[in-house]
Design a protein around this ligand. Structure first.
Ligand SMILES: [Fe+2]
Length: 312
């Protein structure tokens, strides 16, 4: 048995208020719990980013949900493989298993389901279907498509986290053998993508090679490309730094755009990612680097894969 969902990412930041203000700009909702800042998606009862005060911005932990039986199984596998099960850190006293992965990054697995996220455009008061007119097939007839400028366009859920790792294969081994995830695709020893065996987005955890562990980006699902556009326009209006996009990834196929946080970390907004159902015979590919990252969009910035947790 395996992890069944991504719960949240824990992030150390030097200024929790500043981080909360950034995530509020990004359309997320803030709350405070003890000394931590908490970020959630509107209408969704699940922490998505847990902010802990620290000297610099740094990945603190990644948290997954599973069933009671899943938790037992995972604990047994970890013990058998010689991993030490730890007490919850004082600053994030969450229940469940705490363990350090192959990079020494804290991983939490607890008994939890994914909270339902708001559905399609109807969740925001729009027509239920994302109707698109294409040559010869005018699926949207007699209806205007352009959204109102001020209509809500907030992230629906945390979809995936991309972590820097010092060793791709060791980290894949931890996530697949210990947590039961599956490899979706990879680019040699540089990048890898993993999904949940019970069915999930093409990637829930992704990895990029670096000199040190870290969080490259946390990625939030939007209802559609209009919501990506509206949310991006609002972030720009508030003075946030756009990094890359709008474009379409090759691996995972998602539409994307990325913004920098105050410490050069990244947040991604995506829509229309590939989905791998439970039991599906998905064929993982090893992609050549040149074809792997995006099929169209602006040129990728040179510092897109810089690990600012090391540089800063
Ligand atoms: Fe992503």
């Amino acid at each position: 048995m395996a992890v069944t969902n991504l719960q949240h990412v824990g992030l150390e930041v030097p200024d929790i208020d500043r981080a909360l203000s950034f995530y509020t700009d990004a359309g997320l909702e803030r709350l405070e719990r003890g000394n931590n800042g908490i970020v959630r998606c509107a209408g969704r009862d699940q922490d998505q980013v847990v902010l802990v005060e620290g000297p610099r911005r740094k990945l603190h932990h990644v948290s997954f949900g599973t069933t009671e039986a899943g938790l037992d199984d995972i604990a047994k596998r970890l013990r058998r493989a010689g991993h030490k099960l730890l007490d919850a850190p004082n600053e994030t006293p969450e229940p469940g298993i705490w363990v350090r992965d192959s990079d020494g990054v804290l991983v939490n697995v607890k008994i939890a389901e994914a909270a339902p996220s708001r559905g399609g455009p109807e969740a925001l008061g729009n027509p239920p279907d994302w109707l698109v007119n294409v040559p010869g097939h005018y699926y949207r007839q007699g209806l205007r498509a352009a959204p109102e400028k001020d209509q809500p366009a907030q992230p629906r859920r945390l979809g995936h986290v991309l972590q820097f790792t010092t060793h791709i294969d060791r980290k894949i081994d931890f996530y697949t053998r210990m947590l039961g995830m599956k490899l979706a695709d990879r680019v040699g020893d540089f990048i890898a993508f993993m999904y949940l065996e019970g069915g999930s987005d093409h990637h829930v955890v992704a990895l990029a090679k670096s000199d040190a562990p870290g969080l490259h980006h946390a990625s939030f699902e939007m209802g559609n490309i209009d919501e990506i556009g509206l949310n991006s326009a609002r972030m720009l209006d508030k003075g946030n730094r756009h990094c890359w996009g709008f474009g379409r990834h090759v691996i995972g196929s998602n539409f994307f755009t990325y913004f920098r946080d105050p410490w050069d970390g990244l947040i991604e907004f995506f829509s229309d990612i590939d989905y791998i159902p439970a039991g599906y015979d998905w064929q993982a590919r090893d992609w050549p680097l040149d074809d792997a990252l995006y099929c169209w969009g602006p040129k990728m910035p040179d510092d897109f894969v810089t690990n600012f947790e090391v540089v800063n």
